[in-house]
Ligand binder design. Structure first.
Ligand SMILES: Cc1ncc(COP(=O)(O)O)c(C=O)c1O
Length: 405
């Protein structure tokens, strides 16, 4: 139990510290910069590009046939929607609890986001999914495993096949995670991963689309901007597959550059070790948070193997004013906790209510209630068990002080 008698010490680490980039990656990136060949495609010289090598290694890591590197996860989601033939105005199912690049990708592809409610464990509500699948007529579900919370994937898959819905997984927060032993990103037709700084692999920016479909892979490579150099991809389908699409697929210039791949490649082998460190830190925080009566934590089913680079908890008994006050006190004591219940979008945190470009009016009372109390904190790998206790003590103290006021 965190100390409750007396004011806890101020927390001094930066919760936004990213994972560090290994020395081998920095050396390789420097070497590439010296040579000047920063673009993945080349016309005259043979040899495999850094991006192609990343594609091969990532596909092997995930156990899929094809990986297509792009400049962000947002780009991979856009390309995935295009590959599944989302047309302007088409409804696309998406969790209401997600971050801005997800409805952004739907908008980019010309689709209309149809938000599906999320439950108190922060996962998609399967009943609402079924209801919206029927009422919207959507043919695609862009499922965001937001903050690494995995819903029952067998049930999701069964529901999608019952309603003829094609599944794309947004795995920006689930690289290395699995459900019942199966890797996240392999349940749908397409998996979309992020290599952005605050994700499990830190390459600054970057995304990887994965699939077992040769048609989706060929189309994604062409959309990503391969020109007619698509055979230089790390996992290219055979030429006849490209022949089917090369005259009808626009080059959308979503390519990854060589530096990003050089930074990312050596981190694939570190994923397992990082996952263990994140789980350990999550467990320390979860255990201490569970002792604060006002805090509620999500149920994490045994099938879920998560890789928690952040932790979420709710303060269900506190109203908005009290939560704002608690979090302001935490911040003053060095603990930066984000909150999904703010009226206005702040920093990286915005919610479905702020995405006003989505024109179809939607009512999501359960999600609104859930988000109203939902707090969110990054877990840097530098946290010690003692740090976790200090963080929780700061929160416990803030809750106590606000209750007194
Ligand atoms: C849930 C979720 N999906 C997708 C993305 C998009 O990733 P990227 O920044 O690589 O486009 C993000 C980015 O933070 C995210 O949080």
């Amino acid at each position: 139990m965190p100390p409750t008698n007396g004011k806890p010490p101020r927390f001094t680490k930066d919760l936004s510290d990213p994972v560090t980039v290994p020395a081998a990656a920095i050396e390789r990136a420097t070497e590439i910069m010296r040579g000047g060949r920063l673009f993945r495609y080349g016309e005259f010289k043979g040899g495999i590009s850094e991006v192609a090598a990343l594609e091969r290694e990532f596909a092997d890591y995930l156990g899929v046939s094809y990986a297509v590197a792009m400049n962000s996860c947002g780009s991979t989601m856009f390309a995935a929607l295009k590959c599944l033939d989302v047309m302007p105005g088409d409804p696309v199912l998406v969790n209401a609890f997600t971050l801005a690049p997800v409805p952004g990708a739907i908008e980019h592809a010309g689709g209309q986001s149809v938000f599906v409610q999320c439950n108190e464990d922060y996962c998609v509500d399967l009943e609402d999914l079924e209801h919206k699948a029927i009422s919207s007529g959507a043919r695609v579900f862009l499922m965001s495993h937001m903050r690494g919370h995995l819903a029952d994937m067998q049930a999701v898959r069964a529901l999608c096949s019952r309603h003829n819905i094609r599944l794309i997984e947004d795995c920006a927060h689930t690289l290395g995670a699995s459900w019942a032993g199966q890797a996240s990103g392999t349940f749908g037709e397409v998996g979309c991963f992020s290599l952005q700084t605050f994700k499990h692999i830190n390459a600054g920016e970057g995304g990887i689309l994965t699939t077992n479909s040769e048609d989706i892979a060929a189309r994604a490579i062409l959309y990503s901007g391969s020109y007619m150099l698509y055979a230089q991809n790390g996992t290219p389908p055979a030429e006849p597959v490209f022949e089917r699409y090369k005259y009808t697929t626009p080059n959308c210039s979503l390519r990854m550059n060589e530096l990003v791949a050089a930074l990312a490649r050596p981190q694939i082998g570190l994923l397992q070790q990082r996952a263990e460190l994140w789980r350990e830190r999550y467990h320390w925080l979860e255990e201490s948070l569970a002792q604060i009566p006002q805090v509620s934590l999500p149920r994490r089913p045994p099938e879920e193997q998560h890789v928690p680079s952040s932790i979420q908890f709710s303060l269900p008994g506190l109203d908005g004013t009290a939560i704002a006050e608690v979090l302001a006190r935490c911040k003053a004591d060095g603990v930066d906790i984000k909150w999904f219940g703010r009226e206005t979008p702040v920093a990286f945190t915005s919610t479905w209510k702020h995405w006003r470009y989505v024109k179809v009016e939607q009512a999501l009372p359960e999600t609104e209630k859930m988000l109203g109390g939902l707090c969110d904190m990054r877990i840097p790998l530098s946290l010690t068990q003692e740090d976790c206790q200090v963080i929780v003590a700061v929160l416990a103290d803030a809750i106590t002080e606000v209750a007194k006021a």
